[in-house]
Every structure is written in C-alpha cells, then in structure tokens.
Design a protein around this ligand. Structure first.
Ligand SMILES: Cc1cc2nc3c(=O)[nH]c(=O)nc-3n(C[C@H](O)[C@H](O)[C@H](O)COP(=O)(O)O)c2cc1C
Length: 208
C-alpha cells in the first residue's frame, strides 16, 4: 500500500473485532518500533505486550472506560525510564561499541556530551524528553501498522499510576506513557466512516 493511501485508511479504531492478529505481524510491528529514531539513539523507553486477559482486566479500571484495552487483539504499553541519565548513556555506549568501530576518545567525548545534556535537565524535563522519544516510536508503530493494513488506536487516556502498579513498572524504573491497541476494526465501528479532520494543507506546511 502506498504511504498516503495507508495513512488515509488508518484511523484511531474505537471498536475492534474479535479477530486476532498473527503473531508474526505483531513481531514485525514491535521490530518496526524498536527501529524507530530517538535522540542520540538513546531509546529511553520500553514496550510491553500485554497478552494476559487477567492482566488486561486489571488494567481496565485505570483505562478511563476504554474497553478496547480488553477487546483489541494486542495491547502494547510504552513505558519511559524514570531515571534517564548516565546509565542510559552508558548502555548506549556499550551497544555502540558492539556495533561500530569507534575510538575510545570519540566514545568518551560523546558520552560526556550526552551526559552533560541530560544532567542539564530537571527531572521533569528529562521525563518529558523521554516521553517525546517514546511518542516518536508510537508514531513509527502507527505508520508501520497502517502500511500492513493493521488497525490501531494510540491512547493516552489512562492512569499511569494504575498501569505502573499492575505491570510492576516502578520497580523496573519505568512508568507507562502511552498505549497502542492493535487488531482489526469491527465492521460496526462507527468511527470508520468519519472524514479526517486535519488542518488544510496550505495552513499546515509553508515553504519559506
Ligand atoms: C498521543 C495520542 C493519544 C490518543 N489517545 C486516545 C485515547 O486515549 N483514546 C482514543 O480513543 N483515541 C485516542 N487518540 C486518537 C485520536 O483521538 C485520533 O488520532 C485523532 O482524533 C485523529 O483521528 P484519526 O487518528 O482517527 O485520524 C490518541 C491519539 C494520539 C496521537
């Protein structure tokens, strides 16, 4: 499917059918999300695939009445690191070392720079920065899903504290920041027929 047709086709599904996605498609989408761009490549977020019906039932009370948390084929939870900092940079540096030839001097310089940038942020700013990175990955996921004609619904309408508690995220230094329901649209989902509401193209982008 061409990119614009795929993006016209996709919409935020409110009601999913019972049909399950093949596991291989879910793996592809998770891999697409893993390959997403992030600032410095630091990826200060993780992805959780919640398959357990029992766990989803425990998440529902924290999902602001969004039953798709329960009924979608696959539920993905994006969680950001609550302590993005030196350890995040050190982890990146060891991955870098394994992947590319890089001199010790270059590595030290990069690490110093990244650590300095993160240290210059308040805790709130660091969380906001990590959230920005996670949302880029969410966008990558939505586009990848559309390109495979897989339906999705991004969600921030949930209580992070409840999700953190049910999924045991705080203990892992993480907090839930966004959800993505995946599956196939229900034939009676009334949002499927709605026109897109977007800024007109000439208001949206300007050539300077
Ligand atoms: C970050 C983000 C959070 C969203 N949260 C929710 C949500 O909690 N529940 C929901 O039904 N839709 C949610 N949406 C879907 C938007 O309402 C939808 O994308 C928007 O109205 C544009 O419509 P379309 O995606 O169907 O074209 C969210 C979308 C984004 C990008």
């Amino acid at each position: 499917m061409q990119v614009l047709s795929a993006l016209q086709w996709r919409y935020a599904v409110r009601r999913f059918s019972e049909e399950r996605l093949p596991a291989s498609d879910v793996e592809t989408l998770i891999e697409a999300t893993r390959l997403s761009a992030s600032a410095y490549g630091l990826q200060p977020y993780r992805l959780f695939q919640v398959d357990s019906r029992a766990v989803r039932e425990r998440l529902l009370p924290h999902a602001m009445g969004q039953y798709k948390v329960l009924h979608c084929s696959h539920l993905l939870v994006f969680a950001i690191e609550t302590r993005t900092g030196d350890e995040t940079v050190d982890r990146y540096m060891s991955l870098l070392e394994g992947a590319r030839p890089v001199t010790a001097d270059d590595k030290a310089g990069m690490a110093r720079h990244m650590k300095g940038v993160l240290a210059g942020m308040t805790t709130v700013e660091r969380a906001s920065w990590a959230r920005e990175q996670a949302f880029i990955a969410l966008g990558t996921l939505l586009t990848a899903a559309a390109s495979l004609q897989i339906d999705s619904c991004p969600m921030t309408g949930f209580e992070a504290e409840g999700f953190d508690q049910v999924l045991g995220l705080a203990e892992q230094g993480l907090t839930a920041t966004a959800l993505c329901a995946l599956g196939y649209r229900h034939p009676e989902d009334d949002h499927a027929i709605l026109e897109k509401v977007r800024l007109p193209a000439n208001d949206f982008a300007q050539v300077i």
